[in-house]
Design a protein around this ligand. Structure first.
Ligand code: PEP
Ligand code: CO
Length: 456
């Protein structure tokens, strides 16, 4: 079904600021309302980061993923930081996502829809509003969009200027990603551009290179017969982030000349985090009125009675591609928590894209004080997600991962079986532990095996 054929209805009683009449969780306290108003007014005049045409193209592609004709790969950092807005970090993250998508395209035999958690992933929900160290209590660090991680009153002050800086850093990231993609970085004729310098000796890299060599041979063979094939020289990349800080999102919510309604033009694909997904909350209110495709994180405590009204609120017209549900249950809970939700959505005939986030339900702390995730739990949750969907007659249409192209040791296990002690070696995340290159490729290979119906 074509997205363009769905009639457009304005959401009743909605405006870009109507969320302000609801309870907005996880928002910083700005000390000076006038300073905030000046910053949001400045932001509202700055150009958007994406266009409505791209947003609607993504919605169409997500509609195809709902029908099983594409697979969604969504991934990137837990939180971007201004300091990490550098050439190597951005290009390495892109390389991992490109390599994973090549494994998926090759194995699944269908197009992969690539969505980065980047160019705007600067705001984080926190379990507590404040943090206490040695008797001193300060506001929690909420991401570079809000404040700074150092434990001083100045650093932790919610600074409205950061709204402008986050927009600028998102634009810098976006500009570099677009230039790399348009300039041939993603050209299938040159997958060697996607190699990461530090993974020379990985056993998985060897397997990956064999696959790439095979694809290169086929490509050359086809081009010998048919001439150059343009489609292989570039790929599409879309952006996403958790649209948490609603003042920021509101300032980038725009009308455009050629399409009706309002678009969030800070990103193609915003999502609502698990902690802010209440039906009567400000985030659901904001999201119901924008035309973007949207996603919601669904945790293990959500019941069918809560989920169905949420679907009604966010996709009342049953628009294809509009709504993605990202389940993040945890390896220990998914077998109990997921089936009733799948059953209810199937029974009601609701149209959603189901995606698995096997990261956020599997976070734990080690005895030496690191926040980590065990690769076996991540793999286990993903494995179970495929099986539970197969048993329910529904389809797992994508994955949502936290990963990096840097040589980090943040998640335990995987091809090199990283231990608690290894975490000390290269733990760089200020928030959640990310998959490194090998762990990411291993998951891509697992997805291929599971989708082919094999054992994980
Ligand atoms: C996240 O995606 O980084 C996150 C905080 O997820 P969740 O809302 O699922 O906990
Ligand atoms: Co995270």
């Amino acid at each position: 079904m074509n997205v363009a054929s769905t009639p457009f209805h304005e959401a009743a009683g909605w405006s870009p600021d109507s969320w302000q009449r609801r309870t907005a969780l996880q928002q910083p306290q700005y000390a000076d309302a006038a300073e905030l108003a000046r910053a949001t007014a400045q932001l509202a005049r700055l150009p958007p980061l994406v266009t409505s045409w791209e947003v609607l193209a993504l919605k169409q592609a997500l509609a195809e993923a709902q029908e099983g004709r594409r697979f969604l790969l969504q991934g990137g950092d837990c939180a971007e930081s201004f300091a990490d807005c550098t050439s190597p970090i951005i290009s390495n993250r892109l390389k991992v996502l490109l390599q994973m998508s090549l494994v998926l395209v090759h194995g699944l035999k269908k197009p992969v829809l690539r969505v980065g958690r980047f160019a705007g992933q600067y705001a984080k929900p926190r379990s507590a509003d404040t943090e206490t160290r040695d008797g001193v209590t300060l506001p929690s660090f909420r991401g570079d969009l809000v404040n700074s991680p150092e434990f001083t009153p100045e650093a932790r002050r919610a600074d409205p200027q950061r709204l402008i800086q986050a927009h600028a850093h998102s634009a810098l990231t976006m500009n570099f990603v677009r230039a790399l993609i348009d300039g041939g970085f993603a050209d299938l004729h040159h997958p060697e551009y996607w190699d990461l310098a530090w993974v020379e000796h990985s056993p998985l890299a060897a397997e990956y290179r064999r696959m790439v060599a095979g694809i290169g041979d086929s490509l050359r063979f086809m081009e010998t017969l048919a001439g150059p094939i343009a489609g292989f020289t570039r790929v599409d990349f879309f952006t996403s982030h958790e649209a948490l800080l609603l003042h920021y999102e509101q300032a980038l919510t725009r009308q455009v000349p050629r399409h009706k309604g309002w678009f969030n033009l800070s990103t193609h694909f915003p999502w609502i985090g698990m902690r802010t997904a209440a039906l009567d909350g400000a985030h659901v209110e904001y999201f119901r009125g924008i035309r973007n495709p949207v996603a919601v994180k669904i945790g293990p405590s959500v019941t069918p009675d809560q989920l169905l009204p949420l679907i009604d609120a966010l996709n009342p017209d049953e628009e294809p591609g509009r709504l993605t549900l990202i389940t993040r249950m945890g390896n220990a809970k998914i077998a109990q928590a997921l089936p009733p939700l799948l059953e209810a959505v199937r029974r009601e005939g609701r149209r959603v894209l189901w995606v698995a986030d096997p990261m956020h339900g599997n976070t734990e702390s080690t005895s030496n004080g690191f926040k980590t995730r065990r690769f076996d739990n991540i793999r286990g949750e993903l494995d179970q997600a495929f099986d539970i969907h197969a048993a329910a007659g529904t389809r797992l249409g994508g994955v949502h991962l936290e990963l990096t192209g840097e040589n980090v040791t943040e998640c335990m296990g995987g091809a090199r079986d990283l231990s608690e002690l290894d975490l000390e070696r290269a733990y760089k995340s200020t928030v959640d532990p990310r998959l490194n290159y090998e762990q990411s490729l291993e998951l891509a290979m697992l997805i291929v095996r599971k989708s082919a119906g094999g054992q994980g």
